[in-house]
Design a protein around this ligand. Structure first.
Ligand SMILES: [Zn+2]
Length: 273
C-alpha cells in the first residue's frame, strides 16, 4: 500500500499540510507530550479498487458502530504520538484506516500484520468517529476533526464567569474584529467531564451541532473544518481573542470592547465570507 499512498498526490498534500499544522500546535504550546489528535476523512481521495489483500492489514472492532461511515477512509494520529514528531515524520505518527461494511470495526491499511513498527490510532478515535458520523448525518462538508490544548481558551474556563456559553462568546467576539468575521458561530461550551467518558463525547457532539469549535472546561478544544488549515485557523483566532483579553487584564486595562453597533456591522461583514 505504501507505493499507492506515495503516488496519491492529493493525499500527500493533505498529509504535508497536517504535518505543518502539527508543528504549529507544538510551537503554540498546545501539544505538550502526546497531547492533540487529528483525524481527516479521506474517503474521496482513495480508490476502493486500489485496496485489496485485507488479510494482511491489522483489524480491530469498535465499541460502537458508525453506520453513516461504513467503508470510509480516515487518516488519524497515533496513540501516544507527539505532534512535534508528526511535523517531520508524518507516516511514523499517523495511520490510514478503513471502516468495515457495517462500520463496527476497521482495518489499518497503512500497516501490515506483524510489523514491529505498528501502532494504534488515538484513544480519542470513538469521539472523532462520533463527530464524523454527525457530519455525515447532517450532510455538511467538514472533513477534519482536531483536538488540542489551546491554553489561552482553557484559562478562561477556570473562571466560573466564563463557564457560560453566552458570556464566553461575548468576551471572545469583543476582543478582535476577525473573531466575529471568521468564527461567527463562536464556541460551544462543554462543562467538565472525565476525558474519554460517554458524557463528554455526548456533550461535544451537542456543542458541535451549532458551532465549529467546542471548548472543554479546563481541558482544550475539539474543532471541525473543511481543511486542516481552516480548522487550525478557527482555534488560532479564538486564542488570539483570549490572549488580548488576558493582556488587557494583566496591564490593568478593563477592555473597552466593541459597541453593539460595531458588532452588528462586523456580523454583517461576516455574512459575506
Ligand atoms: Zn486532551
Amino acid at each position: 500500500m505504501k507505493e499507492y499512498f506515495n503516488s496519491n498526490k492529493e493525499l500527500k498534500n493533505i498529509i504535508r499540510e497536517t504535518s505543518e499544522i502539527a508543528g504549529y500546535l507544538w510551537q503554540r504550546g498546545w501539544a505538550e507530550r502526546n497531547a492533540s489528535n487529528i483525524s481527516v476523512n479521506i474517503t474521496d481521495l482513495l480508490k476502493k479498487e486500489e485496496i485489496s489483500e485485507y488479510s494482511l492489514f491489522p483489524y480491530f472492532t469498535l465499541p460502537l458502530s458508525y453506520p453513516k461511515l461504513a467503508g470510509s477512509y480516515f487518516f488519524v494520529t497515533g496513540t501516544g504520538k507527539r505532534m512535534r514528531d508528526l511535523a517531520w515524520k508524518p507516516m511514523k505518527n499517523l495511520l490510514i484506516l478503513q471502516l468495515n461494511g457495517d462500520a463496527s470495526g476497521y482495518w489499518i491499511i497503512s500497516q501490515t500484520i506483524g510489523d514491529a513498527e505498528n501502532f494504534l490510532p488515538t484513544s480519542e478515535l470513538p469521539t472523532h468517529l462520533g463527530i464524523h458520523q454527525m457530519i455525515a448525518e447532517r450532510g455538511s462538508n467538514e472533513k477534519v476533526v482536531m483536538h488540542t490544548h489551546a491554553h489561552e481558551l482553557v484559562t478562561l474556563t477556570h473562571a466560573k464567569e466564563f463557564c457560560d456559553q453566552d458570556r464566553l462568546n461575548q468576551v471572545l467576539w469583543s476582543m478582535h474584529p476577525e473573531t466575529v468575521i471568521f468564527v461567527p458561530k463562536g464556541v460551544g461550551f462543554v462543562p467538565y467531564f472525565l476525558p474519554g467518558s460517554v458524557e463528554i463525547a455526548a456533550e461535544t457532539l451537542k456543542a458541535l451541532q451549532n458551532h465549529d469549535v467546542a471548548l472543554w472546561e479546563k481541558h482544550g478544544v475539539f474543532a471541525i473544518g473543511k481543511s486542516v488549515e481552516e480548522t487550525f485557523d478557527a482555534i488560532d483566532i479564538l486564542a488570539k481573542s483570549a490572549h488580548i483579553f488576558f493582556m488587557c487584564r494583566s496591564a490593568n486595562i478593563i477592555p473597552d470592547s466593541f459597541s453593539e453597533a460595531q458588532l452588528a456591522e462586523l456580523r454583517k461583514l461576516a455574512e459575506n465570507f
